[in-house]
Write a protein that binds this ligand. Structure first.
Ligand SMILES: Cc1cc2nc3c(=O)[nH]c(=O)nc-3n(C[C@H](O)[C@H](O)[C@H](O)COP(=O)(O)OP(=O)(O)OC[C@H]3O[C@@H](n4cnc5c(N)ncnc54)[C@H](O)[C@@H]3O)c2cc1C
Length: 448
């Protein structure tokens, strides 16, 4: 009899586990349970369908149910798993037990919903269905409020502006992108964003309430004493790991609220030894490479990397998922924003007070038309890079963030980084790379 693999969740993590296991093992029976209707699509593309950069939601879908069926992967959509029985090695869905030899939990996140009056009037934006509803509402909206100035909130805000909608973003933190950037770098983005899009940013402004007004279908959003008129409100207020199933099954939940996994992505149970149960994606917590502390890394890139580790190990391998550096990049309007490692605030909290190196340079040679400013901030502790943030309205952010991730991961010193040969041609770079300028700034401070 062939082995049975059950996967709970059909998002980035779940579908990647299934596809990668199937590549290595043609015999294992694979069944995915998903409480959603849509499968195998990229939620990350939703804001760009709203902006019009991507023509339709269908473009975000990779494959349909039949494609997976042909590969011997059964996907049960609209089917919620209600319990995991670790002792009996089964899960319960639709009131029936389904036995497994190997189990992967990939239940993703749950939305963090501000507990304010009228919050049910705000649209969520987590999945394809949500995206379609927002797109429909967008067709008749004139004024919108986005709650939350994280990457998704700002991507959506610029998408709305592209549709000619007067858009306000309300954010309780005093600066935008609080989980990605330090206040000084956030302020650069804020200035660029306000100038290029006209989006109204209300910061340090916790949402008070969402109310219906006298006119049908029109709402207003209260922030402090101010009422902002809006006929469309979208909440982009972050997520927490979806761990209810795991917790109720007796699986250990960690300090920051995610499923606790070891480096092979195996879960631990509180009162018993469990074998062959893995977890991956937004539902797990991981270790931060810089602080060595548990943290959440709710990124599609992380989910896919973890899923590949799970797949390898399900197939008898011994792959590990390393501590994370949170390498992330976003495009908000024309602004590219990247970060890796820790922010200044998180470094300080962990007792690592960093030296800060900065550079404001250009993305092309001074004389080459079309060059844009590139702003770089590096955080260095005991001669080693622990964080970086980059902002520009041109290309070159992602590539530099990836290079810096490699530098941090391999523990390079500032001197070693300064010795790296960077490449140059006028249409693509300055002869001295902007990263070198920021490193030289660090060196000036540490050698004096
Ligand atoms: C609008 C948007 C933009 C984003 N942009 C980026 C980006 O630019 N870059 C980036 O790296 N990341 C981005 N992300 C984050 C990224 O999409 C997530 O990190 C990733 O999708 C997480 O994958 P996952 O498989 O863990 O969870 P999900 O993709 O959310 O999948 C969870 C699955 O679990 C299922 N499920 C949950 N509970 C049950 C249950 N009890 N029974 C059955 N099924 C269950 C759900 O139905 C779903 O299929 C974005 C997210 C959104 C929403």
């Amino acid at each position: 009899m062939s082995e049975k693999l059950i996967i709970i969740g059909c998002g980035a993590a779940g579908i990647t586990i299934a596809s990668n296991v199937r590549k290595k093992d043609q015999a294992i029976e694979i069944t995915i349970f998903s409480r959603d209707r849509d499968i195998a699509y990229s939620p990350c593309g939703i804001p760009f369908v709203l902006s019009g950069a991507i023509p339709s939601f269908e473009s975000l879908v990779m494959h349909d149910l039949q494609y997976y069926k042909d590969k011997g992967i059964e996907i049960r959509i609209n089917t919620e798993v209600t319990a995991i029985d670790l002792v009996g090695r089964s899960i319960i869905a639709d009131g029936k037990h389904f036995e497994y030899d190997k189990l992967a939990i990939a239940t993703g996140p749950l939305s963090l919903i501000p507990q304010v009056p009228g919050i049910d009037k705000a649209y969520p934006l987590r999945n394809l269905e949500d995206g379609k509803k927002v797109k429909k509402a967008l067709e008749i909206a004139e004024k919108a409020v986005i709650v939350g100035a994280g990457p998704i909130g700002l991507e959506v805000a610029t998408a709305f502006v592209n549709n000619g909608i007067a858009t306000t973003v309300v954010e309780r933190a005093p600066y935008i992108l609080p989980c990605v950037l330090d206040p000084d770098m956030a302020s650069i983005v804020q200035t660029k964003l306000e100038r290029s899009t006209g989006v109204n940013l209300m910061l340090g402004a916790p949402l008070g309430a969402i109310t219906d007004s006298d006119h049908e279908g029109v709402k207003s959003v209260t922030v402090g004493k101010e009422a902002i008129p809006a006929d469309l409100v979208v909440r982009c207020t972050g997520t927490i790991p979806n761990t209810d199933l795991a917790r109720e099954a007796g699986i250990e939940i960690g300090e920051v609220g995610g499923i606790k996994v070891d480096s092979t992505m195996k879960v631990k149970a509180i009162a018993m030894a469990v074998e062959n149960v893995y977890a991956a994606g937004d539902c797990v917590e991981v270790v931060n490479q810089i602080t060595n502390q548990p943290c959440l890394s709710q990124l599609g890139s992380t989910a896919v990397k973890q899923a590949k580790v799970v797949a390898e190990n399900i197939c008898g391998g011994s792959d590990v998922f390393d501590p994370v550096l949170h390498s992330a990049v976003y495009k908000i309007g024309d602004i590219q924003i990247g970060s890796v490692g820790v922010t200044y605030r998180d470094a300080k909290r962990a007792g690592l007070v960093p030296v800060v190196g900065r550079a404001t340079a250009l993305t092309k040679a001074r004389y080459y038309p079309g060059g844009k400013k590139i702003e770089i901030k590096l955080l260095v502790f005991r001669d080693r890079l622990i964080g970086a943030q980059i902002v520009s309205e041109d290309y070159g952010v992602k590539e530099r963030i990836d290079a810096l991730a490699l530098a941090i991961k391999s523990g390079m010193t500032v001197q070693q980084l300064l010795r790296v040969e960077t490449c140059y041609t006028p249409p693509l770079a300055m002869v001295v790379d902007p990263l070198t300028l920021a490193l030289e700034d660090v060196k000036r401070q540490t050698s004096s």
